[in-house]
Design a protein around this ligand. Structure first.
Ligand code: UDP
Length: 472
């Protein structure tokens, strides 16, 4: 057995979990000479975008797909479609026996020092602990949401009504107070299975020997300060952010998008995308199209087929029908040259790094926000699901690098409101302010990941801790 420390990483389903964990793995491999195996629970074949991330990893990062679990009983018994948090948690929980076998075999051939799971993967701690492998959490969202997870058991006991009916604001430790209705989606119906899963996981967070948090001080000062104070029941928190995708592997359709961007003036294009799973209703999609058109700004829009469920493509990425067919009559002709519309998926990190991109209308998934911060692109915040409302509060109200259209999350946002916010960001005074603040945050982000930056040091501390726990 070599003297190389080995880590097993278990991403629960979702691109937004895999991508930052892959970046974290690359740092351990390139800077600390670790080797890694991604052990991936599945309930169906992975999407091509998912496969692409895995195959682009360096050779010392291996991956194993665990046998597919069957979720048809849950999907067919439930009158409404189960929430994604339930499906994600069940996919992990039903993979434990194959996970145990895989961990045990890795343990016999490598210096396996830790199993790192993400926010919904704590059930995987059981086989790890049984085998004497240190359990860790990689938290791919905000320090605010992590603080909420750690606070949930207490909140669950002290509040009796639905959180959205609370008259008081919720005081998540270290964070700006928020309305109960702004808390992340899976806690909004306390009778739903997804709520029970959140409580289940949050009760298990203290079992972790450490939590790896993809954020940095200048972005989330209060929450990180709180998380880093030592307190019993709170595992040590390593702030390793912003970890985002930096090396780009673009296919043919991606190259065409970049060529189009090459031809646009500097900072002139608004990138419009709602993450790997976000979808709008047909009515909202129509308003957005008209709003973009009358703003007269350049735009690059990743379109998905409309759906009333805002995360309807979370597991599949591709929407079922041709999304372009849902655009208003004549829209493509009228916006030709000024706007580019692509279906389903685009190389987002590369688009945000491109000099022609001057704004980002985003669903506020945490990876999307970090990518925008690293490349200094100001945001129009359009939260759709999961913890995105909370994320939007950070960027709009706390660090003030984003504008929010009126009515988002409450009703259909009208075309005139969309035109107004797009113009405000791309050419207005308000836009200038958020652009300047974003520039400062970009510099702070670059410092955090520089050679002697806080993120680099946090990863080195962790690597040292793992290396010294090696038995061989
Ligand atoms: N992404 C991409 N192309 C797309 C949509 C998404 O490359 O068309 C990437 C994006 O750059 C980010 C991740 O997928 O790294 C999405 O993660 P995020 O946390 O923003 O949102 P989620 O999709 O998990 O809601």
């Amino acid at each position: 057995m070599s003297g190389t420390p080995h880590i097993a990483i278990l991403p629960s389903p979702g691109m937004g979990h895999l991508i930052p964990m892959a970046e974290f793995a690359k740092r351990l491999v390139h800077h600390h000479n670790f080797s890694i195996t991604f052990v991936i629970p599945t309930d169906g074949p992975p999407s091509s975008a998912y496969q692409q991330v895995l195959t682009s990893l360096p050779s010392s990062i291996d991956h194993i797909f665990l046998p597919q679990v069957d979720l048809t009983d849950v999907v067919s018994q439930s009158p409404a479609h189960p929430r994604i948090e339930t499906l994600i948690s069940l996919t992990v929980a039903r993979s434990l026996s194959s996970l145990r076998t895989t961990l045990s075999s890795l343990q016999s051939s490598k210096n396996l020092v830790s199993l790192v799971v993400d926010l919904f993967g704590t059930d995987a701690f059981d086989p790890a602990i049984e085998l004497g492998i240190s359990p860790y959490i990689f938290f791919p969202s905000t320090a605010m949401t992590l603080s909420l997870f750690l606070y949930m058991p207490q909140l669950d006991k002290s509040v009796t009504c639905e959180f959205r009916h609370m008259t008081d604001l919720v005081r998540i430790p270290g964070c700006v107070p928020v309305r109960g209705s702004d808390l992340f989606d899976p806690v909004q119906d306390r009778t739903d299975e997804a709520y029970k899963w959140v409580i289940h996981h949050s009760n298990r967070y203290p079992m972790a020997e450490g939590v790896i948090e993809n954020s940095f001080m200048e972005l989330e000062h209060g929450a990180l300060k709180y998380l880093q104070t030592v307190q019993s029941g709170k595992p040590p928190v390593y702030a390793v952010g912003p970890l985002i995708k930096m090396d780009y592997d673009v296919d043919d359709s991606g190259s065409k998008i970049i060529e189009w961007l090459d031809d646009q003036p500097v900072g002139s294009v608004l990138f419009v995308s709602f993450g790997s799973g976000g979808t709008l209703s047909y009515e909202q999609m129509t308003e957005l199209a008209h709003g973009l058109e009358s703003s007269q700004q350049r735009f690059l829009w990743v379109v998905r087929s409309p759906n009333q469920i805002p995360n309807s493509t979370y597991f599949s990425v591709q929407s079922q029908k041709d999304p372009l067919a849902y655009l208003p009559e004549g829209f493509l002709n009228r916006t030709e040259g000024r706007g580019l519309v692509v279906s389903n998926w685009a190389p987002q990190a590369q688009i945000l790094s491109h000099g022609s991109t001057g704004g980002f209308m985003s669903h506020c998934g945490w990876n999307s926000i970090l990518e925008s911060v690293v490349h200094g692109v100001p945001i129009i915040a359009w939260p759709l699901y999961a913890e995105q409302k909370m994320n939007s509060i950070i960027v709009v109200e706390d660090v003030k690098v984003a504008l929010r259209p009126a009515g988002v999350g409450e009703r259909v946002v009208e075309r005139s409101e969309i035109t107004a916010v797009v113009k405000a960001l791309m050419e207005g005074e308000e836009g200038k302010k958020v652009r300047n603040r974003m520039k400062e945050l970009k510099e702070a982000a670059a410092r955090a990941v520089s050679d002697d930056g806080a993120s680099t040091i946090a990863i080195a501390d962790l690597a040292q801790k793992w290396r010294s726990s090696m038995k061989h």
